[in-house]
Write a protein that binds this ligand. Structure first.
Ligand SMILES: *Cc1c(COP(=O)(O)O)cnc(C)c1O
Length: 349
């Protein structure tokens, strides 16, 4: 029996979505190209340069360095790795808000770097004073999140960059999910808004590129140099990515999605997603649930666990936050009709 991939009709908590049709087609065409060896595969390497250029444009960086990673996990790990390699200290640490993605825990473990997690404020954003208290001369990297995974919060990036400067650390912004919606808001989050050194921004989340397409960006060539190793058996002589052979489908898919959607298509995605999030937040609040204000297209509400389980029984793909709230991510495939049908089921269970 041939298995069918699951459709997105009831997927409400995922940060992945239906790729753009052009991205699907491009991914298929470049399936066998390896951007990990750009001298042998120059066509896909050229697409990758253009993706990095475009991501720079989206994030306020005129001469971006970087590459298309396997995802936000790799990009965050590489940020920690670059900072560690550039640090003077033999015992460097990373300071991040407790709202940071769990990939930083993997990075700290793999790289044997201490991860210090600072309490967030009442607004669920990083608290620069708390981050400052944990930072010291050994701090190699300060992390801010632009669009947190659980609540869609945007950390005070400029203040965190100030802390990074003060202790001589690099400043990293994790915009893995938020990077494709934030350009259409008035939030301060990018390279232009603050002295940010490194950024994670994933085309395979809000960017409608096929998996795997993450983004690693740096302001300074030094960051890429700190990651590069010699590659004796390849035609090209050095490699900064973590993975070796990489997905040409991811690179070409990201390129095609950006060509089709930046900026107007992404603006439309953002506006529709944000309107849907606000509609759902109101619908939940009017039913007596406590709702976390959706600053980006992501809704969290304290719907009881049994109710969420009953909705899962109905086929809704919903997952809770760490503290058990219902979490709905208004990705491009999430329509108003889906949300109406979800709320009708919520009333019924
Ligand atoms: C999803 C996410 C990641 C991890 O990205 P993957 O592509 O799943 O590896 C990192 N940071 C944030 C803020 C995320 O939302």
């Amino acid at each position: 029996m041939e298995r069918e991939p699951q459709d997105f009709g009831r997927v409400l908590s995922s940060m992945c979505t239906e790729p753009h049709p052009d991205a699907r087609e491009a991914a298929r065409r470049f399936l066998a190209s390896n951007p990990g060896d750009p001298t042998t595969y120059p066509a896909v390497a050229e697409l990758e340069r253009e993706v990095v250029e475009r991501l720079g444009e989206m994030t306020g960086l005129s001469d971006p360095r970087g590459y298309v990673a396997s995802g936000g996990t790799e990009a965050n790990l590489q940020a920690v790795r670059a900072a560690r390699n550039l640090a003077d200290s033999p015992d460097p640490n990373v300071v991040a808000p407790e709202s940071a993605h769990f990939s930083f825990r993997k990075a700290a473990d793999v790289l044997d770097v201490e991860l210090r997690l600072a309490a967030t404020g009442d607004d669920r954003r990083a608290d620069p004073a708390a981050v400052r208290r944990l930072a010291d001369a050994e701090t190699a990297l300060v992390v801010g999140v632009a669009g947190t995974t659980e609540y869609g919060r945007v950390d005070p990036v400029a203040d965190l960059a100030g802390v990074a400067r003060e202790v001589g650390a690099l400043m990293h912004v994790d915009a893995a999910w938020g990077g494709f919606v934030l350009p259409f808001t008035d939030r301060a989050w990018n390279f232009e808004d603050a002295p940010v050194d490194i950024m994670t921004i994933d085309p395979h989340k809000m960017g409608r590129a096929p998996v795997p397409a993450g983004g690693f960006l740096a302001r300074d060539e030094r960051v890429l140099d700190a990651l590069a190793v010699d590659t004796p058996y390849l035609e090209s002589t050095s490699q900064a990515s973590l993975t070796g052979t990489r997905s040409g489908a991811g690179v070409a898919g990201a390129h095609a999605a950006l060509a089709a959607l930046w900026p107007d298509g992404y603006r439309e995605n953002y506006e529709r997603g944000q309107a849907n999030a606000e509609w759902l937040a109101d619908a939940l609040a009017s039913r007596g649930y406590e709702v976390v204000d959706p600053v980006l297209p992501l809704v969290a509400a304290d719907v009881p666990r049994e109710t969420v389980d009953a909705l899962r029984e109905e086929g809704w793909r919903v997952s809770p936050t760490g503290s058990g709230e219902l979490r709905v991510v208004c990705m491009p495939h999430v329509t108003r009709e889906m949300l109406e049908s979800f709320v009708a089921d919520l009333d019924a269970v």
